[in-house]
Design a protein around this ligand. Structure first.
Ligand code: HEM
Length: 516
């Protein structure tokens, strides 16, 4: 086994571990009943495109992957299995409750059903457009107010983008408004010795909430990577350990309060009055008389019992975590590429000018967003060339042959999505940023190896929402504003821990000039 592993791990596009434990923080591995099932096919599907030896886009998800193999893979396997079972994510109490960090196929299936029926319905998409437009406009108002004397607003777009997706995802999942954008604006004013705006909202709590989600994500890495003994007894790390547990308790208690109060709210809302429209309400009312979801799908497997509060909480926090950084980072990549490619920006503006002229005083809706074909091509191209989540993983539950080698049951495949999207066998000049390729009948279109959101049964349930958010942001912002990099030749340098991100990207925002 280690021999086979070595053959395929050095610089190739997939890695395989023979371990029954999920040792990566993506933890998307699942168990399937037999190898005919779709998960296994997904592996083959990806593998078909792994012909080119792609350099990996940064260090692997965990520092021990890569060099541990040389030290003895079997020991590593045993070590991580022990650590995971006994301490790891179980101690942080985050594994096995929702879907992303869950490899119990039955529990996953049950939860996934409730998430999909909440996020993937047409009425959810329609509502997302309306609400996203309002939120983008709100953010642009702060930018306008934040202008310096020269009419510019210099700021770090990474922070705004993450605040935006936090406000957005928390609203879509829970119906509540966490004003982290507003909180950020006031923090900026204070840091620039300006008077903060008066607010009726609890901005302190908003900032705490934002930071708490970020800390929880780091906590997940920390609990997987750092062995329990070191975590508990090394001076600095034991404080970190405590901090992560306290943070989890705070965030989970907030979510628990919210679930309880929403249950009460549903109970006391008269039958003739509408309920809120969000994922939480959808999960709590599923298959009851108050079901807000228009897609009714009766199957005993899902209608036999409602979700417990613990399951609802697991699904909520995982959706926050999965939906914030991914879309936010992609938007910052858009800002970067549009600054570097003025000809693409010009074409984008041509499309936007026509689009908004036609739209007149109407608001954006789902139908009209589909007319933004060039905007969509830009998004697709950046997803391809700079895939924000470059890896995913699968566990096999039966022996299988991949790359002419027999892999035993329990092999974990780490799939290099970035490699799929940049394979020159299927893409013309894959290294070239070229949105036009989405209009040309080039060879890659026939094969469709564009796998940004994973594939198969575990495909990302937030993919539609992500496109809606990105289209609304690009259209509304670039129609009205210029966003330029403060340092013109900023190199494309990102950090990578499971997903790719700019640590920061300083830009100058100003009203759009007429020349382009
Ligand atoms: C740029 C945007 C996004 C990208 C690139 C992305 C990418 C991915 C990828 C690659 C996976 C793994 C799929 C697989 O293994 O087959 C995934 C899973 C997931 N994503 Fe996303 N995602 C994005 C946005 C979102 C949003 C907005 C949400 C929430 C509304 C979300 C929620 C999830 C969840 C809950 C999972 C776990 C699914 C499961 O294990 O069954 N994602 N995403």
């Amino acid at each position: 086994m280690p021999e086979a592993y070595r053959k395929h791990s050095t610089g190739t596009t997939f890695l395989a571990f023979n371990t029954t434990t999920t040792t990566t923080t993506t933890a998307t591995a699942t168990t399937t009943k037999n190898k005919q099932e779709e998960e296994i096919y997904t592996c083959h599907f990806y593998y078909k495109y792994f012909m080119r030896e792609n350099p990996l886009p940064g260090p692997l998800p965990l520092p021990f992957v890569g060099n541990i193999i040389d030290r003895g893979f079997d020991e590593f396997d045993e070590y991580t299995e022990r650590m995971q079972k006994k301490y790891g994510l179980d101690e942080l109490d985050v594994a096995g409750k929702g879907i992303a960090l869950n490899h119990n196929v039955n529990v996953w299936k049950f939860n996934r059903h409730f998430i999909s029926r909440a996020l993937l319905t047409p009425s959810f998409s329609k509502y997302s457009v309306i609400w996203t437009q309002n939120l983008v406009e709100e953010m642009m108002d702060y930018w306008k107010d934040g202008e310096d004397d020269d009419g510019n607003f210099k700021t770090n777009i990474v922070e705004w983008s993450h605040r935006f997706t936090t406000d957005s995802i928390t609203h879509f999942t829970t119906g509540m408004r966490v004003h982290t954008i507003e909180a950020h604006y006031n923090e900026l004013l204070l840091s620039r010795n300006k008077k903060p705006r008066k607010s009726v909202n609890d901005l302190k709590d908003a900032t705490k909430f934002f930071k708490s989600i970020k800390t929880l994500i780091i906590g997940v890495y920390f609990f997987i990577i750092v062995p329990p003994f070191i975590r508990k007894y090394f001076p600095f790390l034991s404080n970190e350990n405590k901090k992560h547990l306290q943070n989890r308790d705070w965030l989970f208690s907030k979510i628990d309060e919210l679930i309880k109060s929403r249950r009460r709210e549903i109970e006391y809302t008269p039958l003739n009055q509408p309920l809120r429209f969000d994922m939480l309400t959808s999960m709590l009312t599923a298959y009851t008389d108050r079901d807000i979801c228009e897609v009714k799908y009766y199957d005993e497997e899902y209608t036999s019992r409602p979700l417990t509060d613990e399951e609802v909480r697991g699904n909520l926090w995982e959706t926050f975590v999965a939906g914030i950084d991914t879309t936010a980072n992609l938007f910052t990549f858009v800002v970067y590429f549009l600054d570097k490619y003025p000809n693409v920006l010009r074409k984008l503006r041509d499309e936007l000018d026509l689009f908004f002229k036609k739209l007149g005083d109407h608001r954006l809706d789902l139908d009209c967003l589909s007319q933004l074909v060039y905007t969509e091509a830009i998004i697709k191209e950046i997803f391809r060339i700079y895939t924000p989540a470059p890896y995913t993983a699968r566990n096999s539950t039966a022996e299988d042959v991949v790359a002419g080698l027999v892999w035993p049951e329990g092999t974990q495949y780490i799939i290099n999505i970035h490699g799929v999207n940049n394979n020159e066998v299927y893409w013309d000049e894959p290294e070239k940023f070229n949105p036009e390729r989405w209009f040309n009948n080039q060879k890659s279109e026939k094969l469709m190896p564009h796998v940004v959101f994973g594939g198969g049964r575990r495909v990302c349930p937030g993919r539609k929402l992500s496109y809606i958010e990105l289209k609304c942001m690009i259209a509304l912002i670039y129609h009205k504003l210029d966003i330029e990099l403060v340092v013109k030749d900023t190199p494309l340098k990102t950090k990578f821990v499971l997903i790719r991100a700019f640590p920061e990207l300083n830009v100058r925002i100003k009203p759009r000039q007429n020349n382009i």
